[in-house]
Design a protein around this ligand. Structure first.
Ligand code: ADP
Ligand code: MG
Length: 240
């Protein structure tokens, strides 16, 4: 579903992604871990072209990422992204947040978009918040709204970049539960997270990045219990 081949990313002279080759199968859930600055966010941002890569290739569902134009807009719609900081439109209701892009980008009718939007809000457990504004919701509810908004574009892949890092501890599980259910429904997912319980429960594969490289990849059980590289072991000793 997602194929990265020899991807390099530089910011000026700073080499941030190094020889990244990665194949993600349909329905696969890949958890990405690694120290701060190792390139996890850049990897996600490159997969949906928020950043352009320096060289290499990235294909989603067999189609190479186009650089610009309508083809890019369409492809970006196929890759949903959820950020640490929710990024909801503050002056729009929760339901409007979910329906804006389907109406504008997918050409859905308002009525159709609202029906789908309400169903998605119900799926993430906040149907009763449809007419509220983001600031009236808790962080966990806002993040669930952000997930519903991404799902409204019917993405083929969902990227989550530390989706629970900005949340108060008591709100982490409500977001992880939505993500676990999405994984159970067969969504292809790339999840950057330090939530090791989620990784053990939901991941098919854990990828450990360090200094712009994929240093290790394995099943969660193998990775957490028998990480082979010293760098992964050092990382795990700090977070477990
Ligand atoms: P992670 O998400 O693993 O913490 P990032 O992908 O955010 O790592 O960052 C990887 C490296 O790229 C860091 O050294 C960071 O400072 C650098 N970096 C990220 N975004 C930019 C940018 N827009 N311009 C310059 N350097 C950047
Ligand atoms: Mg990051």
């Amino acid at each position: 579903m997602v194929q990265l081949t020899d991807v390099q990313k530089h910011f000026g002279s700073h080499h941030v992604l190094k020889d990244v080759t990665l194949s993600i199968a349909p329905r696969e859930v890949v958890v990405v871990v690694g120290p701060s600055g190792s390139g996890k966010s850049t990897l996600c941002r490159c997969i949906n072209r928020l950043e352009t890569i320096t060289s290499g290739s990235i294909a989603v569902d067999g189609v190479d990422l186009p650089a610009e134009g309508r083809a890019l807009a369409k492809l970006r719609a196929e890759v949903g992204m959820v950020f640490q900081s929710f990024n909801l439109f503050a002056h729009r209701t929760i339901l409007d947040n979910v329906t804006l892009a389907p109406i504008k980008v997918l050409g859905r009718s308002r009525k159709e978009a609202r029906a789908e939007g309400l169903a998605l809000l119900d799926r993430v457990g906040i149907a009763d918040k449809a007419d509220r504004f983001p600031a009236q919701l808790s962080g966990g509810q806002q993040q669930r709204a952000a997930i519903a908004r991404a799902l409204a574009m019917k993405p083929k892949v969902m990227l989550f970049d530390e989706p629970t890092s900005a949340l108060d501890p008591e709100m982490v599980s409500e977001v992880l539960d939505v993500m676990t259910s999405l994984a159970g429904d067969g969504m292809t997912m790339v999840v950057v997270t330090h939530e090791m319980g989620f990784a053990r429960r939901a991941a098919d594969r854990v990828i450990f990045m360090d200094d712009g490289r994929i240093v290790e990849e394995d099943t969660p059980a193998n990775f957490f219990d028998h990480a082979s590289s010293p760098r992964a072991q050092a990382f795990l000793s700090k977070i477990l």
